[in-house]
Design a binder for this molecule. Structure first.
Ligand SMILES: Nc1ncnc2c1ncn2[C@@H]1O[C@H](COP(=O)(O)OP(=O)(O)OP(=O)(O)O)[C@@H](O)[C@H]1O
Length: 732
């Protein structure tokens, strides 16, 4: 790249200009009963929405309306808007419609509004659910659509994601994660509230999206033949969706507003963080003002890139007259407030650089982004059925993902996308990512199906059957957790587990805690576990000091490990520091000293509040003990009781101490090491350990580790006890 403002002529990248847009798309009409409709004629604008906005919310009518009026001008230019009437005719006259649109054509923001408008016009009851695979997208879309609609977020338009719900009784258009829709299905099996369900980004093929498709099909064949369904996808492989829904018509909306020019590396790179940073610096020096969105595989690479960028950005802008780079991280584990920062516009002679995982890949518009830097990599969790373990791997993305990533630029003006791989490698990528269900643990989906009353799981209307082996492993796991009885019927415990917003293992821990009387303490620990990166990684220079400080505060944690340490830290944060007049600044200083995320702890408190509400609803009582009894002390009986609750959910995640002080897992006898981030890393005297997470890098590591006594393994009452007993005896 050169310092030339708009043209990229440097030697490192090969440019690939988009071809002139064609009106006829190579998508072929299928002669078997399916209809493929291509749109290319522009239609007159429809003023119905405009009229309705005039009679809408009057509280802050003026400002909301004038903003909506301005946005209406933008909306009218979107390809989807121009074909509104035809699209609506299809949606109205077919139970299921499959709609494909290029990224940025306006699917996610416009189609739901068209349907809403029609519900109002025809005075129909019911609401619209729009599912998203990711919470960031649900929040981003609902916020934007509320503005376009001219209403406050939570009025007619709102969102519902885990632990955060802005919808009210007035909400008619609800953006929600697919997990939340499944939860609603569990509570109200007919989805009575909705007259239309839109499955957005169906091509992502997450386990939950696939499950929803199966549920919707069985609902339509059963109690809800009136339900209208729209399946929206950004890729051309819509045949499968159409076939699944009895050859539903496929609509194809052609075009997007702005072009994105692709650039490829001429030779591959092996240090991806370094390559991303270099590319950003070159954009900063050679391109017009505009923000950059970089895709990196995971949090580790993102934190590293942000740290490097923070160090060099100031220095570079002092040296030469280029915009000051302001780096932001974006990944799922960040607290929502920090994620929201990414979407706020930046003022002055500055360039925002967002380093993101694939959570910003679909349905998300970050206003101001003109440049994409794509590492071509993503992290995936691969479930190993035989071992019952998940491994996190870094793998190349698919062509569809690369297109989605590029599509994040060119949403408000023309954009450029820098792919940090060669074009020849791009051509070798798979067209689509494999469906997640093919490599996932299906324990949670199987529990949902059982809760829904499905007996024959193997032959259910799966959109993609995960295979008999995976299903049997899921059933076995649920039996061991006590969620199913020996005839495969869901138990009362299983019913409760399905209603809690947690993985089955953690749900079973919570239920056990409610039975033995330590629910408050266990809720606090689970809330800490539900927030990723609560304890930040100190820099190598600070590591020893910080570990020393943490250890000095957590007497019980020192002996019993990370779960108990989390509770001790929570008690200090919540009870002790919360009392002072100046609680906020005290908490802030305390978190800094211990390298703990203050935002993370705020999030823990929110999750805890929600979990307490769920628990109050599910278990007739949650002990309203006084504060002192909710705090954890050093009473070993109390601590054992808490850890045994965790053992009911994680009996498979246990390992036994060997004479040479190594550990071998109870389930397979494989060696496993305590992760260096654990309180028990240096403690070599545990008879056994339990861990809530397994990671495999150069070898297998246990994270969130607790000390256990071997006798506990035999004590813990689940259907899996026999298995555990046998293994312990044989390994002794
Ligand atoms: N939060 C936002 N801020 C600014 N503009 C936005 C925002 N959300 C949407 N837009 C505008 O609306 C356009 C259409 O967005 P929409 O999400 O509906 O597209 P889409 O067809 O669903 O694409 P994709 O599947 O790639 O997200 C964007 O290209 C952008 O111009």
């Amino acid at each position: 790249m050169t310092a030339n403002n708009n043209e990229n002529t440097g030697s490192q990248y090969a440019s690939k200009k988009p071809k002139t847009r064609r009106n006829v798309h190579p998508f072929k009409r299928d002669v078997r009963a399916k209809k493929v409709i291509r749109f290319n004629a522009t239609e007159e604008d429809d003023h119905a929405l405009y009229e309705r906005l005039r009679t809408g919310n009057t509280a802050t009518y003026k400002s909301l309306k004038s903003q909506a009026d301005d946005l209406l001008k933008v909306r009218k230019t979107l390809p989807v808007f121009q074909h509104k009437r035809e699209i609506m005719t299809y949606i109205e006259s077919n139970p299921v419609t499959v709609l494909i649109g290029e990224t940025g054509s306006g699917k996610s923001t416009q189609i739901p509004q068209f349907i809403l408008e029609q519900l109002y016009d025809k005075k129909k009851h019911g609401s619209i659910a729009v599912t998203q695979p990711r919470r960031v997208a649900a929040i981003n879309l609902a916020t934007r659509v509320a503005q376009e609609h001219g209403s406050k977020l939570g009025d007619q338009v709102g969102y519902s994601v885990r632990f955060d719900n802005t919808t009210t009784a007035r909400t008619r258009l609800k953006y929600l994660t697919d997990g939340m829709l499944l939860r609603e299905l569990m509570m109200n099996s007919d989805l009575k509230e909705y007259s239309v369900v839109i499955i957005d980004e169906a091509h992502e093929r997450t386990v939950l999206t696939d499950l929803i498709l199966g549920f919707l099909k069985s609902l339509m064949q059963g109690t809800r033949p009136d339900l209208r369904i729209v399946v929206m996808s950004a890729t051309l492989q819509a045949e499968k969706f159409s076939e699944f829904f009895d050859n539903a018509p496929i609509l194809f909306v052609e075009g997007r507003k702005f072009d994105v020019t692709q650039y490829y590396l001429k030779a591959p790179t092996d240090d991806i963080v370094d390559a991303v940073i270099r590319c950003c610096m070159q954009i900063n020096q050679g391109e017009q003002l505009g923000d950059i969105l970089c895709f990196l595989p995971g949090q580790e690479e993102i934190d590293k890139a942000v740290a490097i960028m923070e160090k060099i950005a100031k220095y570079v802008s002092e040296e030469s007259p280029v915009p000051l780079i302001v780096p932001y991280p974006l990944y799922a584990a960040l607290p929502p407030m920090q994620q929201a920062l990414v979407f706020a516009p930046i003022k002055g002679f500055k360039r925002k650089v967002v380093f993101s995982t694939n959570i910003a890949e679909t349905s998300v518009t970050i206003s101001g982004v003109k440049f994409i830097v794509d590492s071509g990599l993503r992290k995936v969790k691969v479930w190993r059925h035989q071992l019952g373990l998940a491994t996190l791997l870094t793998v190349p993305i698919s062509q569809a993902s690369a297109m989605q990533r590029s599509g994040r630029a060119g949403r408000e003006s023309e954009g450029k996308s820098f792919r940090l791989y060669c074009e020849s490698d791009y051509l070798k990528l798979p067209k689509q990512s494999e469906p997640e269900i093919a490599r996932s643990d299906v324990t949670s989906p199987v529990l949902m199906l059982k809760r829904y009353g499905i007996d024959d799981i193997v032959n259910w209307t799966w959109f993609e059957n995960p295979g008999k082996e995976a299903i049997v492993m899921g059933l076995q796991e649920l039996y061991e957790l006590g969620a199913l009885d020996n005839r495969g019927k869901i138990t009362k415990r299983g019913e409760q587990m399905a209603l809690l917003p947690l993985q089955p293992h953690l749900s079973s821990v919570l239920i056990k805690a409610s039975e033995v009387g330590c629910l408050s303490q266990v809720i606090d620990i689970i809330s800490c576990l539900s927030v990723e990166n609560l304890l930040l990684n100190p820099s190598p220079e600070e590591r020893d000091d910080i570990n020393e400080r943490r250890l000095s505060l957590c007497n019980a944690g020192k002996r019993y490990g990370d779960l108990i340490m989390l509770k001790e830290l929570f008690d200090i944060y919540f009870y002790e520091l919360g009392k002072s007049q100046d609680a906020n600044s005290e908490r802030n200083d305390w978190c800094k000293e211990l390298c703990i995320s203050l935002r993370g702890f705020k999030n823990v408190v929110r999750v805890r509040d929600q979990l307490r509400v769920y628990c109050k609803r599910l278990f007739s009582s949650i002990n309203e003990e006084n504060e002192e009894t909710r705090k954890i002390g050093e009473d070993s009986d109390e601590i054992s009781k808490i850890l045994k609750c965790f053992l009911t959910g994680f009996i498979k995640n246990t390992a036994i101490g060997m004479p040479d002080r190594s550990y071998r897992t109870v389930s397979t006898g494989e060696p496993i090491s305590v992760h260096p981030s654990s309180m028990l890393f240096l403690n070599k005297s545990c008879p056994g350990i339990m861990y809530t997470e397994y990671v495999f890098t150069t070898k297998g590591y246990a994270r969130n580790v607790s000390r256990i006594e071997l006798s506990w393994l035999q004590e813990v009452v689940t259907n899996g006890t026999a298995v555990a007993k046998q293994k312990i005896t044989s390994s002794k």
